[in-house]
Ligand binder design. Structure first.
Ligand code: ZN
Ligand code: ZN
Length: 532
């Protein structure tokens, strides 16, 4: 049994979650957690809401509200949205004015100071006198000096590099769109080039995705030497450094946020339950993040973690790109988004998870098509599952012996089991591949073969088992209706015979809930001719 801490990048509570968010780190972290637990590993699943994000402050300025009020409103919505799609963390805290968070940031900051990682220097910063805001992050935009895209000045949303304020052009205020003037100020910074050798060593052991390995290789060979961590007169956690108006920004504090969430869990479930995972050198921390968080997670956090002797150093980062909606970027300001709270009223959350996982933008951007979702579930998936379910209902009792099932059924299992084990692997993990395997197996089960009831039962149980990480509720219902033990099913993958009698509990067998056409009409004005 191995130990894991699984985290997803903290959502900013300046809005609710939409399908684009789901496709990235949130669902992947949940599927990873469920996969590891299914294999018998011990997992702590934590995250938090990013209450000190600069964009949160911007939202409160724009709406004439306060950061506190904005956080409260959206934290609740985010928690509800995560639950609505069966993403169940062990701890998910709000960090604003949270003592655990402050303590955790202090711990990582002071250990970095003790290890001579931090210095102070003069840095220019954009300032807008009309709006009285500084262009550290959400209030300033410019052309990234590394890739040329429009970006804020903290992390480039396109190339994930931290833009160099002295080299970017045309810094504009994002509130009034006028040019910002440059003023001089002081910022504390991490002497990040000191960490490159260690990061290179670490990545050699922690290979996950190609894009991330390439990013780390480029950064550790770059001339970037300083990574500012404080901002004067901007938003951030108070009271960590001096003077009073100097605040540590949120990109420094991510690893502290995950630890703070564990500290909070200790208090609610008992002494050290959660923090013991951090203090076990064999624990692997698996972080799921958008590609734009690559610098903080893959370069900075492993270096901060290394400063604390009692903590594990083992950290793996899984990055993803971004999902488009019907071919365009998700945009909450233009209303081009599907909110989770809306779609779960129309689409079974487990099957939404299956579709989103299949189109997960792991290695490149992918696209969510509403019409395709409708066709996929109503035409390709639900009818096959329905016919399997009605096939096993013929008799109330049956007997599955994996040695005596039809050779075609055995062949399906043989062809997919190793691929599936690879897809759920701790380093080779891909929820996209898991979903594609499930979909292929479902499609292959849609044959005109004269499978008997026991063959159909075996197929259905196999589908349910491999779907447990992606479709937890639906799969559990199937396994429960056969009264079959999940642990016994692992034998399918080790060529051991499975032999059991079943009595079907019809009431427990799930039903597929087809998407109503009226939903499509509402959401994208699809005409009957397009559907035909
Ligand atoms: Zn860039
Ligand atoms: Zn302005």
């Amino acid at each position: 049994m191995n130990k894991y801490i699984v985290t997803f990048a903290p959502p900013t509570p300046n809005g609710d979650l939409h399908v684009g968010h789901l496709s990235g780190p949130y669902l992947a972290a949940d599927v990873y957690t469920r996969s590891r637990r299914l294999m018998g590993d011990d997992v702590l699943f934590v995250s938090y809401s990013d209450d000190y994000q600069s964009y949160l402050l911007k939202k409160s300025v724009e709406t004439g509200s306060t950061p506190d009020a904005v956080c409260k409103k959206y934290y609740k919505k985010i928690v509800k949205s995560l639950e609505s799609v069966n993403i169940n963390t062990d701890s998910f805290i709000s960090t604003i004015n949270n003592q655990y968070f402050k303590d955790a940031v202090k711990l990582f900051y002071s250990s970095a100071v003790d290890n001579d990682m931090i210095d102070i220097g003069e840095f220019p910063v954009g300032y807008c006198s009309r709006c009285n805001v500084y262009g550290y992050e959400s209030f300033g935009r410019a052309e990234c000096n590394f890739c040329g895209s429009s970006s804020d000045l903290s992390q480039c949303e396109n190339c994930a590099y931290p833009p160099d304020i002295e080299q970017v052009k045309e810094i504009k205020c994002s509130l009034c769109k006028n040019d910002m003037v440059m003023v001089k100020g002081h910022q504390e910074y991490i002497k990040i080039d000191q960490c490159y050798e260690y990061i290179t060593e670490l990545m050699a052991f922690n290979k996950t995705r190609k894009a991330l390995s390439e990013f780390v290789r480029k950064i550790t060979n770059s001339t970037i030497k300083k990574w500012p961590i404080s901002r004067d007169n901007e938003y951030g956690v108070d009271g960590i450094t001096m003077p009073e108006n100097r605040r540590i920004h949120t990109w420094f504090s991510g690893i502290a946020g995950y630890y703070a969430s564990s500290l909070a869990l200790d208090t609610s479930v008992g002494k050290n339950t959660a923090t013991n995972y951090w203090k076990d050198k064999n624990t692997t921390i698996a972080c799921f993040v958008g590609y734009d968080c690559a610098f903080s997670h893959a370069i900075v956090y492993p270096s901060l973690l290394k400063n604390i002797d009692m903590f594990t150093n083992k950290i793996k980062i899984f990055t993803n790109y971004f999902l488009k909606l019907n071919g365009e970027d998700f945009s909450t300001s233009r209303g081009h988004a599907i909110w989770l709270s809306d779609i779960v009223k129309e689409v079974d959350p487990d099957f939404l998870r299956l579709y989103v996982a299949a189109y997960s933008p792991e290695e490149e951007c992918d696209n969510f098509e509403t019409l395709d979702l409708y066709r996929f579930l109503n035409v390709k998936i639900y009818p096959v599952l329905d016919s399997l379910i009605s096939g096993v209902k013929i008799n109330n009792v049956g007997h599955v012996d994996s040695n005596s099932v039809d050779i075609l059924v055995k062949d399906i299992v043989d062809r997919y089991k190793d691929k599936w084990l690879f897809a759920i692997g701790p380093s080779t993990f891909s929820m996209k591949n898991i979903a594609l395997i499930i979909i292929d197996v479902i499609k292959e089960s849609n044959s005109d073969n004269n499978f008997n009831q026991n063959d159909l039962a075996f197929l259905l149980i196999f589908i349910a088992y491999i779907s447990l990480p992606v479709m937890p509720v639906f799969s559990k219902k199937i396994l429960l209706s056969f009264n079959v033990d999940e642990k016994e099913l692992l034998n399918i993958f080790t060529n051991k015979n499975i032999d059991f009698k079943f009595i079907i509990d019809h009431k427990k067998l799930p039903k597929c809930t087809y998407i109503k056409k009226s939903y499509l009409d509402n959401i994208c004005n699809i005409t009957d001719s397009v559907l035909a």
